[in-house]
Ligand binder design. Structure first.
Ligand SMILES: *Cc1c(COP(=O)(O)O)cnc(C)c1O
Length: 451
């Protein structure tokens, strides 16, 4: 009988994170100060982050040790299973083998606690008392609220207003962990007030919520800011996903041909694929790697590779990345975690160098794929994760057409048990594809600064 789940022991939890900066074909372009446009120094970031994380952000060491306290916290749910989607294979009648790494098995339901735990730990040992952050769909806020509870830190979450209204249970979850949740734009920050004075009914965006959280952290000494994606140290912490997966594929006696993950800011994608891409960069192996984004927010497939701000109010440094423009407000799709105008600079550089592929898919076809997955494998995927499921199914169907028995692996970044309104909308035919407004996109792209 073939194994369904490939499981590791707690002692197999990796002892080091993998840093892809050590293997990149060229160094990442420097991060620039928003005012001077000169490369920033570690001190420029110290109002927001503890020095350990700033040094990780800039490090080019290949392996960075995971502190015991962090590995102990990971034991609550890690190692996560690698699962062979045998029922899905049978349903599709494909000769391909499909595997998924299940990151929805964490307490808050996604991959995000992998970095939330590490960030909370480094802030705690630096003497910080409070963390601020933003959240879209609520997954990141829940993860940081959970990590804050473990390390005894106060957590304040600015939640994109449209999600705050759509997802009351995510808010309650954050509050259950002891966090304070504020709909964004809010009237407790200058950036929020400015937007509300112009658009009182503003639905919010991740870019705006970031501005609010950064403003609160920058103006309070005992408060730091925590970002759930994009930055190098976040990608670094998430590599625990791919490092475990590599061990699990060894145990299974298989090797993936195709690696797939959805991309918002790029952290579950990077976390899952970077340890494998490292093998490609060192010429040890070859993989086809696909990043899947929503057609409503297509930064990798329609954005440009340029220096841009991470937030709407332009408080963050300038980073070179694929961007739709920092003022771009994506249509209200249910995959709130994918509604970000930018992309991790590491993922952007890999795309620019042709080392990874990117595809954009519509929300309806994703929910259709999500339901096939739910009915065959039992797990209702997060709306974000359905993007990866959709492309995994597409790749499996290509194998069916060609007769190839490739090994397809995707990251199931989260479950959708708090996203049932989205499934309800799909099932009652109320979901449309919320087309991108080309005129708005052009306008925000024109505002990308010339550096
Ligand atoms: C936040 C989130 C994403 C998108 O963020 P990345 O940084 O691109 O991983 C994807 N899936 C789930 C379940 C999420 O919560």
């Amino acid at each position: 009988m073939e194994s369904k789940k490939i499981l590791l022991n707690e002692t197999d939890i990796p002892k080091f994170f993998y840093n892809i900066l050590s293997d990149l074909p060229e160094p990442l372009p420097p991060v620039l100060h928003p005012a001077t446009k000169k490369p920033i120094s570690p001190d420029d970031l110290s109002a927001l982050f503890p020095m350990d994380l700033i040094l990780q952000e800039m490090s080019t060491e290949k392996f960075i040790e995971i502190p015991d306290e962090v590995r102990d916290a990971y034991k609550i749910w890690r190692p996560t299973p690698l699962v062979r989607a045998i029922n899905l294979e049978k349903y599709l009648d494909t000769p391909a083998k499909i595997y998924y790494k299940y990151e929805g098995s964490s307490p808050s339901g996604s991959h995000k606690p992998n970095t939330a735990i590490a960030q909370a730990f480094y802030n705690k040992i630096a003497g910080i008392k409070k963390l601020t952050t933003e959240t879209g769909a609520g997954q990141w806020g829940s993860a940081l609220a959970f990590a804050g509870a473990l390390f005894n830190l106060e957590v304040k979450v600015f939640m994109v207003r449209v999600s705050y209204n759509q997802k009351p249970y995510r808010k309650i979850m954050m509050e259950s962990y002891g966090a304070k949740v504020i709909p964004s734009p809010s009237d407790i920050t200058n950036s929020g007030k400015m937007i509300l004075s112009e658009f009182p009914e503003h639905p919010g965006s991740l870019g705006i919520a970031i501005s609010e959280a950064v403003e609160v952290a920058a103006t309070n000494n005992d408060t730091n800011y925590s970002l759930g994606s994009v930055l190098n140290h976040v990608m670094l912490h998430q590599t625990i996903i791919g490092l475990e997966s590599r061990k699990q594929f060894e145990l299974a006696g298989d090797k993936p041909d195709v690696l797939i993950a959805c991309v918002g800011g790029g952290s579950n994608f990077g976390g899952f694929t970077f340890p494998f891409i490292g093998e490609m960069l060192r010429k040890e192996s070859d993989y086809k790697v696909i990043a899947v984004e929503p057609a409503a927010c297509p930064s990798l497939t329609k954005g440009i590779y340029a220096y841009d701000f991470g937030d709407t109010a332009h408080l963050t440094p300038l980073i070179k990345m694929h961007t739709l423009g920092s003022t771009f407000i994506p249509p209200k799709i249910h995959a709130g975690g994918l509604r970000y105008h930018g992309m991790a600079p590491t993922v952007s550089l890999l795309k620019e160098k042709g080392l990874i592929d990117a595809v954009a898919v519509e929300q309806n076809e994703c929910f259709q794929a999500g339901l096939i997955f739910a009915k065959t494998e039992g797990i209702i995927p997060a709306p974000e994760s359905t993007h990866a499921v959709k492309v995994a199914i597409d790749e499996a169907m290509k194998c069916k057409a060609s007769g190839e028995s490739k090994v397809i692996a995707f990251n199931l970044s989260g479950h959708g048990n708090f996203d049932l309104q989205a499934y309800e909308d799909y099932l009652s035919n109320k979901l449309n594809n919320n087309k991108l407004d080309d005129k708005l996109l052009r306008k925000s792209m024109e505002q990308i600064p010339v550096v």
